[in-house]
Design a binder for this molecule. Structure first.
Ligand code: ACO
Length: 432
């Protein structure tokens, strides 16, 4: 709960305006400007919402200065061990606390029950172009769930939310695996109810009809970790998209589909693909790490050092730290090697010594090392952002739930500073 503890004064046109100040549980303070327009005709200017708290949330906490990330209060580092699984993290994000044994078993059973796609949905999937971008397919398919699961378009209770959440979390991995299989000209592999969430996904991705893919425990654990690390990140671009759509009382599927579209962008989840393209280019000799840094620093060049920088972190992204160590661990255990891992390490080292990146406090973010780990699992690069989306889905559902059930929640509708023409008359065509 954030508490009202203080007042701030705004001095404008010789007039003093009292504003409430709220303090979050970790001491962060926010000035309440909601009455400024109604009472004083003033608005606040904050392009890109860089410094606006759009809600009260108890899902995820980030301290960007110190590189801290917690889900429901639990430090992210505590999930970096074999026991926690993605499904219990998903449950905790959505329902507010870690599930007990029965709750987890019940939710896992629901996921198993709903892993197949409705036949109508599957035939819609077949009509999409084989070479369509996987994120376009994913957003379309999640959106189309509104056509085949109409019982979840309107609800006001948690039990129905759990049913809807189980369907979308389960089916998203079937959709992702089918997308890869079809693009590769391979037959669909149906889910195996005896397998756990991550192993089942790998089975659908890589088994062949006459040979079941054997999931190495290290790979299953690594995928589990990747999904957990991506599961939520408070008010990021895609979570914000989900909340905005939800605030109009749009349904869960429509809102999550919007989240997929936001995530697709290269400045957000799409950066994991851009990172691999950049590392490949350096590896193949098309660019030296120094050229890459120079291009990223050049303000006339749209190129960025992908996988670096963050709106909130002014420190090493804790997820990147965990992923970097996980790469070392998995590569070592499975006796793997990948030249791109060496390229990434060198590029990071150079960037962290370069005054441009040092002065701006730009560090590796979650996307810098995640692709290397996904590549080690055999996931093709064009599926990387889809993998991010599978991981992020519980976070979107948790944000949707918090927004949908928030007391006094209103439609989100920011204002603007109009800088266009003043009142102008229409000019007849022949007079222009
Ligand atoms: N390469 C080069 N310059 C950068 C980078 C980068 N990766 N990131 C930030 N900067 C520069 C900005 O241009 C700005 O420079 P200036 O002060 O000279 O104008 C300065 O660093 C500060 O930038 P921020 O205000 O911190 O950046 P912003 O919050 O607008 O953008 C973003 C954050 C989009 C993540 C940016 O860092 C970026 O483009 N990174 C590369 C793409 C990427 O990796 N995205 C994934 C982010 S994590 C996620 O969404 C899952």
């Amino acid at each position: 709960m954030s508490n009202l503890q203080d007042k701030a004064k705004l001095l404008i046109d010789g007039k003093e305006i009292d504003l409430n100040v709220y303090t979050g549980v970790e001491g962060e303070r926010a000035v309440d400007v909601t009455s400024l327009h109604k009472d004083h005709g003033l608005t606040t200017y904050d392009p890109s919402l860089g410094n606006t708290a759009i809600c009260r949330s108890s899902i995820t906490y980030i301290d960007g200065e110190r590189g801290v990330l917690r889900y429901r209060g639990i430090p992210i580092e505590q999930f970096d061990r074999p026991n926690p699984n993605f499904i219990e993290v998903a449950w905790a994000l959505i329902f507010g606390r870690l599930p007990d044994k029965d709750e987890l078993a019940q939710f896992s059973d629901m996921l198993t029950e709903h892993e197949l796609l409705h036949e109508g949905l599957r035939s819609q999937f077949q009509s999409l172009p084989v070479d369509a971008p996987p994120m376009a397919i994913l957003s379309a398919m999640i959106g189309m769930m509104s056509c085949y699961h109409k019982e979840f378009l309107f609800f006001e209770d948690e039990a129905t939310l759990m049913e809807a959440a189980a369907r979308v979390i389960s089916k998203v991995r079937t959709i992702a695996a089918f997308t890869h299989r079809r693009a590769s000209g391979l037959p669909f592999i149906y889910p195996d109810p005896s397998l756990r969430y991550c192993a089942n996904f790998l089975h659908m991705m890589f088994s062949i009809p006459y040979r079941q893919y054997e999931v190495a425990p290290e790979i299953e654990d690594a995928l589990n970790l990747v999904f957990i690390l991506h599961a939520d990140h408070e008010q990021n671009c895609s979570a914000n998209a989900v909340r905005v759509v939800c605030s109009a009382q749009a349904n869960l599927f429509a809102s999550c589909s919007a989240g997929v579209n936001a995530l697709w962008g290269p400045l957000h989840g799409g950066a994991n693909v851009k990172v691999m393209e950049m590392l490949e280019r350096i590896h193949k000799g098309g660019m030296r790490p120094e050229d890459c840094l120079e291009a990223a620093k050049d303000k006339t060049n749209p190129f960025r050092l992908f996988g670096f920088g963050h709106r909130v972190y002014r420190n090493y992204d804790p997820r990147a730290k965990i992923l970097k160590t996980a790469c070392d661990r998995v590569f070592d255990k499975l006796k793997l090697s990948d030249p791109l891992l060496d390229v990434a390490r060198k590029l990071e080292e150079k960037a962290l010594k370069d005054p441009y990146f040092v002065d701006r406090k730009l560090y590796p973010n979650v996307d810098f090392y995640s692709g290397i780990l996904l590549r080690a699992m055999g996931i093709p690069t064009d599926m990387f952002t889809v993998m991010f989306a599978i991981g992020r889905l519980p976070g979107w559902i948790a944000q949707w739930k918090e927004q949908h059930f928030a007391e006094g929640a209103k439609i989100m509708r920011p204002r603007q500073l109009y800088v266009g023409n003043p009142k102008t008359d229409y000019i007849e065509m022949e007079m222009r």
